[in-house]
Design a protein around this ligand. Structure first.
Ligand SMILES: [Zn+2]
Length: 239
């Protein structure tokens, strides 16, 4: 009986470890991964996923320009095809563009061929449209799978996760500001969205994120933090 209880505990423990390894944005089981910068840097990196979308990406760009804040946009290839002019504007205004796959699939149980296809197709589209060859990759839903790291390494892509999130795929404005500012500290990589990949394009509404953005920038400045380009943070290397 005790043996069974211990066995079940071990299984539950292993299960929890596996869930953490695959799901937690701060898990380093798949390395190297960039999910935060140096704690003493006094810097924060702002990231937006799932775009470009209209008018939300443009409204976010307006705010970033007004506040002189740099950001990184993890673009989906299919959305770059929909809005090439917005992708070009992101680059023109000095922000970083990263690869967020072509169609935003869950990456679990995928073949290397599938993973490479999603990544390569998006690299090619972003490069063709903006002239920039991305150096950063963020997996959809933060999902990672075997075979992904060698594919990224071969292409010189750094895996980027996050250490502070606005949960703007489910929260409204006030809750987004609260969640983000609670987790945001020196060295944070902040996750927000200018698109919503579980919605069809005509149903995407990121107005809550747009409305939250100024307050998030204010909160960071109140904490004495400055926004920096993602290139200033380095990934946690394999030991
Ligand atoms: Zn996404």
């Amino acid at each position: 009986m005790i043996g069974l209880a211990v066995g079940l505990l071990v299984i539950a423990g292993c299960g929890a470890a596996v869930v953490y390894a695959f799901l937690a944005p701060t898990s380093t089981i798949f390395r190297p991964v960039l999910f935060r910068g140096p704690a003493e840097s006094g810097s924060v990196v702002l990231t937006f996923d799932d775009g470009p979308t209209s008018p939300f990406t443009e409204q976010i760009l307006d705010i970033l320009a007004e506040r002189k804040v740099p950001a990184t946009f993890f673009l989906c290839g299919k959305n770059v095809e929909r809005h090439p002019e917005i992708a070009r504007r992101i680059v023109r205004e000095g922000h970083t563009v990263g690869n967020h796959t072509y169609s935003h699939p869950l990456l679990y149980l995928r073949t290397r061929k599938f993973l490479a296809g999603e990544i390569d197709h998006t690299q090619a589209i972003i490069e063709k449209v903006t002239g920039v060859h991305p150096s950063f990759f963020r997996p959809p839903y933060g999902t990672r799978w075997f075979g992904l790291m060698p594919i990224l390494k071969a292409r010189g892509l750094t895996m980027v996760m996050w250490s502070a999130a606005g949960y703007d795929w489910k929260y409204r404005t006030e809750a987004i500001v609260k969640a983000t500012t609670r987790e945001m500290r020196s060295g944070s990589v902040v996750l927000l969205h200018d698109g919503h990949e579980r919605q069809p394009p005509e149903k995407v509404d990121q107005s809550s994120t747009v409305r939250a953005l100024s307050a998030i920038i204010d909160a960071a400045m109140d904490k004495g933090l400055k926004f920096v380009p993602i290139e200033e943070f380095t990934p946690e290397a394999v030991e």
